[in-house]
Design a protein around this ligand. Structure first.
Ligand code: NAD
Ligand code: MG
Length: 282
């Protein structure tokens, strides 16, 4: 697929719908060949209905995994992802609901284990963002929603998943370039994404003796439903990167395959920066 450099004006409500985006993001690179890197593994992916999470689900399935995806309420997007995973020969369990609730997070993990026979890979990926240009604009309600969704849920889900994990199993957390470079429009969101970095590094050390690895991906501007659902002007989205364009989810998900598979067996507590060329530390 030729990667677009500009986008038509468009806007949506949160959570955005992939099926309503123009053009729809590329889910998997044409010609990507699976190599059984995740054969026999079970993955749970939050926000797996769309965007980066959908691509991770489809790449994981092409690598031989079965997947469970959690999503807030985007039924059509979730069913579309399920069809794509099944077309790869994988099973796909859909689990709808709000991961701000700790008891629901436990249910998500239990459902995954019951329906797919275990859990080896947890991808903490769901998030919200509400751009605001002043601190006054960030209400306590918004602050709580952003932290509960973007980082508290990572604690709830990791806690629930751990009892099922064995040697070689992994957690992968989605952060963002905004935390590394700072973002004047997304102070609360970037703060949660920084918390995810601390969480990942610390949990990696805590779980290393159990041979469970914890890593993350820090994407730059990626063409997903989150973008038209939260930014006023998407027309030049991603043009300020070194590569001069937004990334597609299909270009992000292979980093998750690497971090989930044995190829990264000596890597823990680290982030891969899939951001179109922004040089950031850590
Ligand atoms: P997306 O809208 O496709 O995915 C976000 C998902 O989060 C949604 O599908 C939604 O179902 C889920 N979600 C939101 N609130 C929830 C809740 N309370 N309970 C359960 N699920 C909930 O957008 P995306 O861009 O693919 O986002 C995936 C991750 O990538 C997020 O962590 C985001 O912060 C991160 N990220 C995206 C970009 C980008 O430019 N798109 C850049 C950096 C980081
Ligand atoms: Mg979605």
């Amino acid at each position: 697929m030729k990667k677009p450099k500009t986008f038509k004006p468009q806007s949506q409500e949160l959570p955005g719908q992939q099926s309503k985006m123009v053009p729809e993001p590329e889910v998997i690179r044409q010609g990507y060949e699976g190599a059984d890197k995740l054969r026999g593994k079970v993955a749970l992916i939050t926000g797996g209905d769309s965007g980066i999470g959908r691509s991770v689900a489809v790449y994981f399935a092409r690598e031989g995994a079965n997947v469970a995806i959690n999503y807030l309420n985007e039924v059509k997007d979730a069913k579309d992802t399920q069809k794509m995973v099944e077309a790869e020969g994988g099973k796909c369990v859909l689990i709808k609901g709000d991961i701000r609730s700790e008891s629901f997070c436990k249910k998500v993990v239990e459902t995954t284990v019951k329906k797919l026979g275990g859990l080896n890979i947890l991808v903490n990926n769901a998030a919200v963002q509400f751009p605001k240009d002043s601190l006054d604009g960030i209400s306590s309600k918004q602050l709580l929603e952003t932290f509960e969704t973007n980082i508290f849920s990572f604690f709830h889900l990791s806690k629930a998943a751990l009892p099922h994990f064995k040697d070689g199993d992994t957690i992968i957390n989605t952060s963002s370039v905004t935390t590394y470079r700072g973002s004047e429009h997304l102070v609360d969101y970037a703060s949660t994404k920084g918390a995810i970095v601390g969480f990942t590094r610390s949990l990696a050390k805590m779980l290393a003796p159990k041979k469970i690895r914890v890593n993350g991906v820090a994407p730059g501007p990626i063409w997903t439903p989150l973008i038209p659902a939260t930014f006023d002007d998407v027309t030049k989205f991603g043009q300020d990167t070194a590569l001069g364009r937004a990334g597609q989810p299909s270009e992000v998900a292979p980093a998750y395959v690497f971090l989930a598979s044995e190829d990264s067996s000596y890597i823990t507590g680290q982030f891969i920066h899939v951001n179109g060329g922004e040089i950031v530390g850590g």
